[in-house]
Design a protein around this ligand. Structure first.
Ligand code: TXA
Ligand code: MG
Length: 329
């Protein structure tokens, strides 16, 4: 497709999005995590367009986005009790659940696996579009493969203009990091991707142990070491190893993303460093909300190197740490 991508806004936006999706087009939709590149789940040609638009390799299965919990039986088999408990508590929301797939699911979605990933997103415009469309959609993050996931319609447009039919503008994503993925097909529920909902939250709620590999090196589909990368070279450094002297005047040369009061004070009080430093929030959720947004802004300014002050080690920071490791590659 070489036509310009439409920006859908205003009252009829979800109606227009549903119409385009109904015709088998790809449309980017806002979710509370990141923007998703949606296509109807019952149309193989529409799904094929996603892989093409994103240059996505055929070893990353797609997450199915459904409008209500009860639709699960259309897509999954042998649905365990934990699914109903978790989805009653956390849906709509940033938790993707992996189940045994219904055997009728097109292989374009599950790519040879016996499982399917399901999520009910929380953004009202996404849910409105799903209801108008009347069927589920698949929706990977709406970015070219390996690049940053977009958290605004503008970022989607910059990455995929001309490659998708439209993007529905739903503002900045509330969470800003991709959903937690929890596999319910193993002996113990296992976190495949750290995200906004933490292991402790899940364990406390379910009252059972949840497995979370300390590093996501397990060979699960799509779990790549280098992913979610800005165009700039990114390095994560501990506070002690941050440079205290920096001579270049050119603020596109290096940018520092700092979160601790100590580092921010030191940098903002040093004239030569001041213009190279952006302050990040000290709270994990707020940091997650800002991370991709700030990295995308740095790319727009054509910053060459981004140095990130390593965030703290607490569990609530795991999703941020995971994305920074992958951005570093
Ligand atoms: O927050 C999100 O999950 C966003 C929004 C748009 O909903 N979606 C998203 O999709 O991040 P995507 O495709 O960019 O990442 C989905 C990840 C991929 O790494 C994929 O390999 C994995 O989920 N995945 C999908 N189906 C799976 C399955 N059946 N088993 C294991 N991993 C699966
Ligand atoms: Mg993605």
């Amino acid at each position: 497709m070489s036509k310009n991508t439409l920006l859908l806004e205003g009252e009829s936006a979800s109606e227009q999005a549903a119409q385009l999706l109904g015709q088998g087009e790809g449309v980017a939709l806002p979710t509370e995590t990141v923007y998703g590149h949606a296509a109807r789940a019952d149309d193989k040609n529409a799904i094929a367009k996603i892989y093409e638009a994103k240059s996505r390799p055929k070893n990353h299965p797609l997450i199915l986005h459904i409008a209500q919990q009860s639709d699960v039986t259309l897509w999954a088999r042998e649905v365990p009790e934990d699914f109903y408990r978790l989805s009653s508590k956390f849906w709509p929301g940033a938790l993707t659940l992996v189940l045994k797939k219904n055997l009728s699911i097109p292989d374009e979605i599950s790519l040879g696996q016996d499982t399917v990933a399901l999520r009910m997103p929380a953004h009202p415009l996404f849910l409105e579009t799903l209801k108008k469309l009347g069927t589920a959609v698949v929706a990977p993050s709406a970015n070219p493969h390996k690049e940053l996931s977009p958290v605004s319609a503008r970022q989607v447009w910059k990455g995929l203009n001309g490659r998708i039919a439209a993007v529905l503008d739903g503002g900045r994503c509330a969470l800003g990091l991709e959903s937690t993925i929890l596999d319910l097909t193993r002996d113990l529920p296992t976190i495949l991707r750290a995200g906004p909902i933490t292991r402790t939250e899940l364990e406390n709620f379910l009252g059972k142990k949840i497995v979370q590999p300390s590093k996501h090196t397990t060979k699960i589909a799509g779990n790549m070491k280098a992913h979610y990368q800005p165009k700039a070279k990114l390095h994560v450094l501990t506070r002690k190893s941050l440079p205290t002297l920096f001579l270049s005047q050119d603020s596109s040369e290096v940018l520092f993303l700092l979160y601790s009061n100590e580092a921010i004070e030191a940098y903002t009080q040093t004239p030569l460093l001041q213009s190279h430093c952006w302050a990040m929030p000290g709270d994990a959720k707020a940091y997650g909300h800002e991370l991709y947004h700030k990295l995308a802004m740095a790319d727009e300014l054509q910053v060459k190197t981004i140095i990130v002050e390593a965030p703290p080690q607490g569990e609530e920071w795991l999703a941020v740490i995971d994305r920074l490791q992958r951005a570093q590659g």
